[in-house]
Design a protein around this ligand. Sequence first.
Ligand code: BGC
Length: 995
Amino acid sequence: MKKIQILLMTLLPCLCFAQFEDAKWIGSEQSVLYADYLPQFRISWTVQLDRASKSDRLSLLFGGNDPRLMSRNMNILGVENGADESYVKLELDAASSLLNVWRIGYTTKGKELLKSFESGTLDTYAPHTVEAHCCLGSADILLDGRKLGDVVLNPMGKGGDYIAFPQLAQIGYEMEIGQRAVIHKVEVRNYRSPYGILYEDKNLRKIGNRKKPVVYLINPSHGAMPVLRCRFALKQKPVKEATLIATARGIYCAELNGRQVGSEYYAPGVSQYNKTHYYQQYVVTAMLQETNRLHVRLGEGWWAGSQTFSGGNWNYFGDQLAFMARLLVRYEDGDSTVITTQPDNWEVCDKSKVVYASMFQGEVYDNTAASSGWKKACEATLEGHLPTEGGGTQPQVCDYSSFRLLPATTSVGLHTVLTAKNVDEVRPGVYVYDMGQNMAGVPRIKMHGLHRGQTLKFRFAEVLYPDLPEYEDKKGMLMLENIRAAMAQDIYVASGDTCEVFSPDMTLHGYRYIEITGISQPLPTADVEGLVVSSVDHFTAGFECSNPMVNRLWQNIRWSMLSNFISIPTDCPQRNERMGWSGDISVFSRTAVNMADVDEFLKKHMHAIRDVQTADGRFPDIAPIGGGFGGLLWGSAGITVPWECWLQYGDLGILADHYEAMARYIDYVDSHYFDPMTGLLVQQRQWGDLGDWLGLEDEKNDKTLLFEAYYIYDLDIMRQTALLLNKTADAERYQRRLEERKQFFIDHYIDTETGMTVFSAFNQQRKGQPIDIQGSYVLPLAFNIVEGELRQKLVERLVACIERENTTDRGVRCPPYSLMTGFITTAWISRVLSDAGRSDIAYRLLQQEDYPSWLYPVTQGATTIWERLDSYTHTAGFGGNNSMNSFNHYSFGAVGQWLINRCLGIERDEQHPGFSHFILRPEPDPTGRMTHARGYLDTRYGRIESSWQINSDSSVSFSFAIPVGTSATLLLPGKAPTELKQGNHQFTESISKRD
Ligand code: BGC
């Protein structure tokens, strides 16, 4: 990687970079406010009651006329308000010394008094400042700078797990007959520091009417997403090559002479921007003319606006968008022209078609608007625009002391275009289109014959409310509860041209269904397309077998990988989360490295993990951004993911780059997570030390067993990594520790007589009692903690747990061959069974269709992997889990690795990383339920193919193709190993059956 020169200046760094020469970060001084999409804000009014009229009461309003509350079709609260009938009201009642908080028109109750705060003795006729600091519906109420208390305004629920009410929406006041007052000042600021001003009205306003009550609401929205432009001419001589390097605080899309530069989405991608910021490099030679126009649109991306499940993370990295670029034109004669971003040469306009663009909230596009109000761009300094407060478990984003600007190595691009399969008019004028597939991306909508100004709304959901009594009044409508506080709504204002196309590119939606309103006739399905975007541009593995349900499962894994490999590996692409949760990528990484070439992508992610690793070595639960919860089973991603990359792709660089961070992490675990009394690895004994997340028997497990097992696995990886990097002393140290902890594990978690797992002293009351559930056996087997006879005993216990009926923590009885494991142990269970010669059980688990199983969601219509094995059932709907219920979460899809590595049997040889030699060990289904499987894996040597077919005489025919330059050891069940060289190979063998 290139070393980049960083000049640090006084307070905040004015960061200059060799590649960018004298380019400046440029942007607009104007803030953008789209009030209907803003659920976090600080609003304040300075007001004064009128003495002459003896006025003693006035009310200040926000959250007014939220369009969602004005149409029965746009909310599940059952309301449909007319103009000025819905708002939140802060009523200053000076006579009673109260400040009352009202919610009006948000629920069927109409007018609700939520709380009354004592205001204390007030000088009635002096100016007073009333404030609400509102974050996803929870608000602090202040009077004259003093906090009176807090109140939950959101009727849906408290916190980020719910559809967010109120948005700022319209603001104003309400006055009773005869009451009079003066408003001195109204101000809206961002909720998060540095509390940038979004709206300000300093005009003195006399309010009140002698004859009638007044409700006055205005929309404070203003501005649009910044567009920057620059014109330049070339010298009159032949151009050899022109390159543009560019990046943004926010996301950008550049156009040169009317054509988009590059084809990627969301450049420069997400990173821990105060530590590592990426830039793109484009060759633009063919796009140049004598005189040129470079236009750049900016969106909030991951820099500003909504980010993560916490409303407090709005504007996480700063509140001003900016762009920086350098165009270098080299002429044949060696001369050159350089254009860089400079406030003097660039203009910015704040009135453009993209009124608002947010990853979570959606894009608002006004096709009647023309770019206007061009003025000189401003230099965008970080100073005054960086959040300086906060931090906690998240790193301080104003610390630029180790900032690096690096060339991007990954991108997000268009993967596939889907066309809607059908449309349903679920209520008059409400058209719901089914894309036939859950996906992540943006729509492309073609429209004809709209009138100028006609406004269409697009909402996005993964599922619809089913036809069950519980959802009677919502049947067929979008289920948006699981999208939570992400607005996920695009708005398009038509220009009135004969044909127009809307295709937002500065937002991201996770969806299968699009609801379109604002039209009187449905658009043809052919005109409703879904642009699937991903950082995965093609798959490197294929799989197909005789069981169509398993084939669908395979497709679902692919789709969830596509949807969640978008700049970083995320948990889900739809709700207000979309974060780089470490536990998820840790368990999915082996599947991921097989499915696609994600070497660079995961290297970049390891960089992000290092960027948010704490000073004392803890790997984050989430990267970038940091924070979250999970603990050791999550943080281990910093060890397991680079290891997977090394074994799959054979580039030691990732381990070399990451080794020091890995070692620091182990030191952290050693010095923070052990209980000195018992020697157990207990972590912090807090809820956030997650175990077998979303496992149906997680509460029956001893979590410390899982922690210890993963720690042992981490040590084993450390030992091997140290050896590879010639750090012999480290390797010996890890080896000793590994042996010690393996023995500790056996001593504390296993009854060596019976092979049963037992509770440790972590829970004194249960110490020594059997655990004996599936999820307790998987890891000690997967990580070779037990060997020989003891290992065999554990295998038998695991098989017994699978073959019996089990009961979930919630008391649901599950049939034999149910998948009782959570995120962590599901990833390993099939492999462990195959390693133990029990592929028969692995196949029965795989092909089980009853709940809980991998195929159960398939029977329920899943087109992606779900967060829960019962995210939806035909009989119980969402089972009460309406909000934490993603339909696009790859973790349970970690079985993908087994399909490739064991069912097809294309498995890397750990002694020869990167497939310079590999193992072929196909395991035809011994139960005979699956009768054939075929597929491939693309490696840097080319395509490896493997197939097997069970013949009518019970013999099995195998066929393999080995590419040039590599070779394989063939391991067939019950046969001696054979070496195979490049070329095609066919065998027919008789193989023993097992029911
Ligand atoms: C995420 C997960 C994550 C978990 C951990 C959830 O909200 O979606 O997939 O790993 O939290 O705590």
